[in-house]
Design a protein around this ligand. Structure first.
Ligand SMILES: [Zn+2]
Length: 211
């Protein structure tokens, strides 16, 4: 099988996301860029993830052209490849319809409440745009900037990282942040992490990653 490593990474990550309840049915999609070649492994469109095999994962080029695999690539291929083209530091992108991230996108803000969440802020919001469109891809790149996560209004979220582990961590912590914010606000006791603590945590994380 060609591009076995990135295909397996996509498959494992999508199954983890299903197990964690971040992905239901065939919603959500994940892309991983090969370290040496300009190719990307991405989940296929409309295929049940639970029974999917590594060879079922589609391979596209950086412009989203379908190169290999039996099934059509995800309809969100323009969004994933646009991020990978714009951000050489990013090798993996994860798009999910996490319930609490979707709610936070309606509300209009998402703030961290625990130290590990600080790594992923600020998290800006992409206005509603038709799924799968080049317009959405452009807006996602613009909203993400040099960040790790963005919410998508009336849709979900898009997260990224230097590898699949980092992109999944951004996804998990963004949903956790949104969940905590939702319950704390519902209880009328929401207290986000102080801005100074957020900055201090970001510095610590950056220093650790620089080692
Ligand atoms: Zn979606």
């Amino acid at each position: 099988m060609k591009y076995e490593k990135i295909r397996k990474q996509v498959l494992e990550a999508i199954l983890d996301a299903v197990d964690m309840g971040l992905i239901k049915g065939t919603s959500g999609n994940i892309a991983v860029r090969d370290e040496e070649e300009d190719v990307v492994a991405i989940t296929p469109s409309g295929i049940a993830y639970k029974t999917m095999k590594a060879e079922d994962i589609a391979i596209v080029d950086l412009n989203g052209k379908w190169l290999d695999g039996p099934y059509k690539p995800s309809s969100e291929v323009p969004m994933h490849t646009a991020i990978l083209r714009a951000r050489p530091d990013i090798k993996a992108t994860v798009h999910t319809h996490g319930m609490f991230a979707t709610i936070a996108a309606m509300e209009g803000e998402l703030l961290p409440t625990t130290p590990p969440q600080a790594e992923f802020v600020p998290i800006n919001i992409v206005p509603f745009t038709m799924p799968g469109s080049n317009d959405l891809a452009d807006l996602v790149v613009k909203t993400l900037g040099d960040g790790r996560a963005a919410l998508m209004k009336n849709h979900g979220m898009i997260c990224c990282g230097k590898n699949i582990k980092a992109a999944m961590a951004a996804t998990i912590y963004t949903e956790e942040m949104a969940t905590t914010q939702y319950y704390a606000k519902s209880a009328g006791i929401f207290k986000p992490l102080p801005e100074e603590a957020v900055q201090k945590m970001k510095e610590l994380i950056a220093a650790d990653q620089a080692v």
